[in-house]
Design a protein around this ligand. Structure first.
Ligand code: 5GP
Length: 199
């Protein structure tokens, strides 16, 4: 994978319900150069989700075919469903855009193996578990079982914070967004300076 020296890839991971999707969307709205990486998944769409926008919703059979054909940069099985990032989608976007990935720690580990990529890895956590449960219930997008699965995976997810460049506690969405914005701006600024030095 090769890409423009000034384009970056930001990975935003978090346990479910911490506010990652909202922040991802806010970044894209404010910075149109950022494209959100649209993953493939075998899970069913939620009522507010659109195929090709939120995810590419595919069958297990189709997903496994894509794995066999080595079409993914990374994929993982999460809560009994597959989720993955198609190589082609990333390669097409990164030529002109920055990319933001909303993927889990397993995907982050796999993407990190591509040493040439300019990845900024950010891990978002809730200030406490009870707050997380409240948010999962409030957003009303999951069944009781799904809420419990997501809530119970919290401990496992946060074990992987060490694989990230930045850990941010989301106590307040606006503050959290500003912190992420600063990280991105600094990273881009340094990249532009170093590309000028090496020209
Ligand atoms: P949800 O079902 O709530 O949309 O997502 C569940 C989890 O899957 C989230 O933690 C999300 O970050 C992760 N996820 C979404 N897309 C991908 C992907 O392409 N690869 C990996 N590894 N994780 C993903």
């Amino acid at each position: 994978m090769s890409h423009d020296i000034k384009n970056i890839m930001v990975i935003l991971s978090s346990p479910s319900g911490v506010g990652k999707t909202t922040i991802t969307k806010k970044i894209q709205q404010k910075y149109p150069n950022f494209k959100i990486s649209v993953s493939h998944t075998t899970r069913s769409p939620r009522s507010n989700e659109i195929d090709g926008v939120d995810y590419f919703f595919v069958s297990h059979k189709k997903f496994e075919e894509l794995i066999k054909k080595n079409k993914f940069y990374e994929f993982a099985k999460i809560f009994n469903n597959y989720y993955g990032t198609l190589k082609k989608n990333v390669d097409d976007n990164i030529k002109k855009n920055d990319i933001i990935f909303d993927i889990d720690w397993q995907g982050t580990k796999q993407l990190s193996k591509f040493k040439k990529l300019k990845l900024v890895k950010i891990f978002l956590i809730a200030n406490n578990k009870e707050e997380l449960k409240k948010r999962l219930i409030k957003r009303n997008q999951n069944t009781k079982e799904e809420i419990n699965n997501r809530y119970n995976s919290f401990e496992d997810d946060i074990k992987h914070w060490n694989d990230y460049d930045y850990i941010i506690i989301n106590q307040n969405l606006e503050t959290c967004f500003k912190q992420i914005e600063k990280i991105i701006q600094n990273y881009k600024k340094n990249l532009i300076i170093s590309s000028q030095i090496f020209q």
